[in-house]
Design a protein around this ligand. Structure first.
Ligand code: DGL
Length: 284
């Protein structure tokens, strides 16, 4: 079984792509709705919450957990992979969403960390993300390390995750996205980015609004699809990570209100989805 974790609804965008690409696998989703938005929390809190969420999924039988949350991946993934996992669950794996996103954005494999000579000079990438992901600077560092010819501009979108979680009226969401796009364009002195990364898994839920507000011709990278493709590739390369189950199923857990989460997911998936309530053991 494969676990997928996010602070709330956002990881469902990744999960939908995973279930579409890997229909023969079983998934267990955990949304930490009780503690969202992670983007406004301290790095230490995010680390604790992410560790507790992964433990919850491992203890329910997941061999591999995908952090379907840019904020958790940006802040906690490296520490958990390098220090916590070997000591507590040496035979399990944790993956994130940053690695495949950086690979697609740069066209350079993650393993290649020395700068490549630029063929296509002066490319620019804009990243919309939570305040905490922007503060981590991980996207900027990882892209620059491999592709110093790419200019990376970040735009934090505080408040947007909460509006999405509350299923805010469309006009309110449009105003919020417009404000964030305008702030980005001001940072870039009106120049158009070549590509845009929606670097928070909630934002694909309003991808159409970003596309509407951004200048025409600006490519918006779809994180759900690229993450799903990358996971397929990973599973092929790592047959020892046995995530097979007798019959495929997808189950949903939340630390928040199961009715609200179920309603949102039912609309999003276009079929009945029932979340179960679980407490998250974390001291934040
Ligand atoms: N969906 C998450 C992300 O990808 C975080 C949202 C939040 O809780 O702030 O960053």
């Amino acid at each position: 079984m494969i676990g997928a974790f996010d602070s709330g609804h956002g990881g469902l965008t990744i999960l939908r792509a995973l279930t579409a690409h890997l229909p023969e696998r079983s998934f267990l989703y955990f949304g930490d709705h009780a503690h969202m938005p992670y983007g406004e929390r301290s790095a230490d809190e995010i680390l604790q919450l992410t560790e507790a969420a992964i433990t919850l999924l491992f203890e329910r039988g997941c061999r591999l957990v995908l952090l379907a949350c840019n904020t958790a991946a940006a802040v906690a993934l490296r520490t958990l992979q390098q220090q916590w996992l070997p000591a507590h669950y040496p035979d399990r794996r944790i993956l994130g969403v940053l690695v495949p996103t950086v690979e697609i954005a740069t066209g350079i494999p993650w393993a290649e960390t020395t700068p490549r000579n630029a063929h296509n000079v002066n490319r620019s990438i804009a990243i919309f993300a939570t305040r905490r992901t922007v503060a981590s600077n991980v996207y900027v560092e990882e892209i620059r390390k491999r592709a110093p010819h790419i200019t990376v501009v970040q735009q934090a979108c505080p408040g947007l995750v909460s509006l999405i979680e509350q299923s805010a009226p469309r006009a309110e969401l449009r105003d919020a996205v417009q404000g964030h796009v305008r702030a980005l364009m001001a940072q870039m002195n009106g120049a158009m980015p070549d590509s845009v990364i929606l670097g928070c898994t909630h934002y694909p839920l309003v991808a159409d609004l970003f596309t509407e507000m951004l200048p025409a011709g600006c490519e918006v990278l779809s994180q759900p699809d690229l993450v799903a493709r990358s996971l397929i590739d990973y599973l092929k390369r790592h047959p020892e990570i046995d995530t097979a189950t007798p019959a495929p199923s997808t189950r949903f857990l939340t630390s928040g209100d199961p009715d609200t989460a179920s309603h949102f997911a039912t609309v999003f998936f276009g079929r009945p989805v029932q979340f179960q309530s679980v407490p998250l053991k974390a001291i934040v």
